[in-house]
Design a protein around this ligand. Sequence first.
Ligand SMILES: Nc1ncnc2c1ncn2[C@@H]1O[C@H](COP(=O)(O)OP(=O)(O)O)[C@@H](O)[C@H]1O
Ligand SMILES: O=c1ccn([C@@H]2O[C@H](COP(=O)(O)O)[C@@H](O)[C@H]2O)c(=O)[nH]1
Length: 202
Amino acid sequence: MLVIGIAGGTGCGKTTVVNQIINELPYEEVGVISQDSYYCDLSHLNYDERTQVNFDHPRAIDFDLLGSHLQDLKKGIPIHQPVYSFVKHNRTNDTILTHPRKVMIVEGILIMTNPQIREMFDIKIFVHADSDERLIRRLKRDITERGRDLDEVLTRYQNTLKPMHNQFIEPTKEYADIIIPNNKYNTVAIDIVRTIINEKLS
Ligand SMILES: Nc1ncnc2c1ncn2[C@@H]1O[C@H](COP(=O)(O)OP(=O)(O)O)[C@@H](O)[C@H]1O
Ligand SMILES: O=c1ccn([C@@H]2O[C@H](COP(=O)(O)O)[C@@H](O)[C@H]2O)c(=O)[nH]1
C-alpha cells in the first residue's frame, strides 16, 4: 500500500486537490481518509462549549485512532471511519466502512504535526495558498457549507486559525516531498502526482 499524506492550511485546497487526483483513477484502487473524521469526540460538552474549542491545535485530533486505523488498513483490515459534523462541532454516530486500497490518501491540516503519523506516509505533499486567499475561500465555504456567519469565521481566524497555522501547520512544510502552489488551480502538479500514483498501480 502506498500512503500519501496531503497537508496545508485551511482553505488551501486539500480536498479539491484530492478530488482532482482521484478523478480518473480507478475507483477500487484509491481510498481517502480525512483528518476531519478524527476530531476528538466532544459529546461530553454542550454545543456552546464545543464552539469554544480550538480545532486548529494538534490536541484536537484523535491521532491514536487515526494511527491504529492506518495500521489496520496497511494490514489489509477495513476500518469504520467516523463521520464528523462541522455544523454540530462533533462526531456523528455514523461511520463509513473504508476498505484498504493500493493507494490511500490522508488529508488534513495537522496530519504532519504528529511524528508517528508522519512516518506512515510514503509521500508527503503540502498544498500552499496565500493566507488572504485561504481566508476568502474559508469565508465562502464555511458560510455556504458549514452553517457559519461572517463574524464566526473572522473571530475564529483571528483567535485560533492564524496563530495555530503559524505555530503548527506552516512549519510542517519542511517535511514535504512535494509542495503544490495552489493560489490558482494547478493542473500540472495534479498530473505529476497522478503519474506517480499510476506508476505504483501499474
Ligand atoms: N485553486 C483554487 N482556486 C480557487 N478556489 C479554490 C481552489 N482550490 C479550492 N478552492 C475552493 O476553496 C474552498 C476551500 O477548498 P477546500 O478544498 O475545501 O480546502 P481545504 O480542504 O484545504 O480546506 C472550496 O470552496 C474550493 O472550491
Ligand atoms: O467543529 C469544527 C471542526 C473544525 N473546524 C475547522 O475546520 C478546519 C479544518 O478543515 P479544512 O477542511 O482543512 O478547512 C480547521 O481550521 C478548524 O478550524 C471547525 O470550524 N469546526
